[in-house]
Design a protein. Structure first.
Ligand code: ADP
Ligand code: MG
Length: 281
């Protein structure tokens, strides 16, 4: 069930827009599903980009995560299969009103966590795509999750706003979710070979190193080895309502997200791929 502790729950979060959260949430989910993992993706952004990326057109009529948060509908009523091993809890524009509608409701930050705990389906992964704010929707993700992945675009302003985001995780871990951990930074929209990207990543790593051994939620965070390179196919796939594996399965974007999924899951690279990687190196 979604409340099962063996399941990994991962919130994909950065209040900065356009850093690759949704692209990562969708394609990492799809890659994990391809590796045979049972995945449920939850779209917590009123813009519903993850929902449309998976080919579901939110019409405001179909049940969505809004109904779970505001109307106490069970997740099972909202969930739909969108591929082999992959299901979706979709969002729609109604979700934009959730902030206001939940104001004054006691325990509004833990509604999603309770819904997940009451869910009977078995999953290996629940991924949550968050919107660009630190409001009640994101707080619900942070209260429900075990892990946070922070997608980061390595340019000059990448570190701006990161401290606010990390402070929020610290607050949530103190008050509502003591097990919360920021486990990784995922480098997205990577331009290989640029000096700036190297510098920014150097800064991120030294910042994380300073927190080792302390009790902040990011004390054990690492930067994934996999860099998701800038690849136009990743930008085209959403408008076709397809994951990168359906849209362009052999493009660099698909390879990067598959590599990321292997890094996340620890599922080993198959022999054939290893040979290809070695000969390419
Ligand atoms: N690696 C990439 N290469 C090319 N375009 C990308 C890549 N990652 C994301 N994009 C595009 O950049 C834009 C922002 O990405 P998105 O995942 O929607 O960010 P966020 O959810 O953080 O706002 C989208 O148009 C998306 O298609
Ligand atoms: Mg998004």
């Amino acid at each position: 069930m979604l409340g099962d502790t063996a399941m990994r729950r991962i919130a994909i979060l950065n209040q900065k827009g356009g850093v690759g959260k949704t692209t990562t949430a969708v394609n990492l989910s799809a890659a994990l599903a391809k590796l045979g993992q049972k995945v449920c993706l939850l779209d917590l952004d009123p813009q519903a980009h993850a929902t449309t990326h998976l080919g579901i057109e939110p019409d405001g009529e179909m049940p969505s995560i809004y109904d779970v948060l505001v109307r106490q509908r069970p997740l099972a009523d909202v969930r739909r299969e969108v591929g082999e091993n992959l299901s979706l809890i979709g969002a729609d524009i109604n979700l934009a009103a959730a902030e206001v509608e939940l104001a004054g409701i006691v325990g509004r930050e833990v509604i999603l966590r309770e819904a997940m705990e009451n869910d009977a389906e078995d999953y290996d992964y629940a991924l949550m795509d968050c919107g660009p704010s630190l409001g009640v929707l994101t707080l619900n993700a942070l209260a429900a999750t075990h892990e946070v992945f922070i997608p980061l675009q390595p340019h000059f302003f990448a570190l701006h706003g990161l401290s606010k985001l990390l402070e929020t995780t610290a607050l949530v871990s103190r008050r509502i979710n003591p097990g919360l951990k920021v486990t990784a930074i995922a480098v997205c929209l990577y331009e290989s070979g640029t000096k700036l990207a190297q510098e920014v990543l150097g800064e991120v790593k030294s910042f994380l190193d300073k927190s080792r051994g302390t009790n902040v939620p990011w004390a054990e965070a690492r930067v994934f080895e996999t860099r998701v390179r800038r690849n136009v196919k990743l930008a085209e796939a959403p408008s076709h309502g397809k994951t990168i594996f359906e849209y362009a399965p052999s493009c660099p974007g698909a390879m990067d997200y598959m590599a990321l999924a292997r890094e996340v899951s620890g599922i080993a690279v198959e022999h054939s791929e290893r040979v290809r990687e070695t000969s390419a190196a």
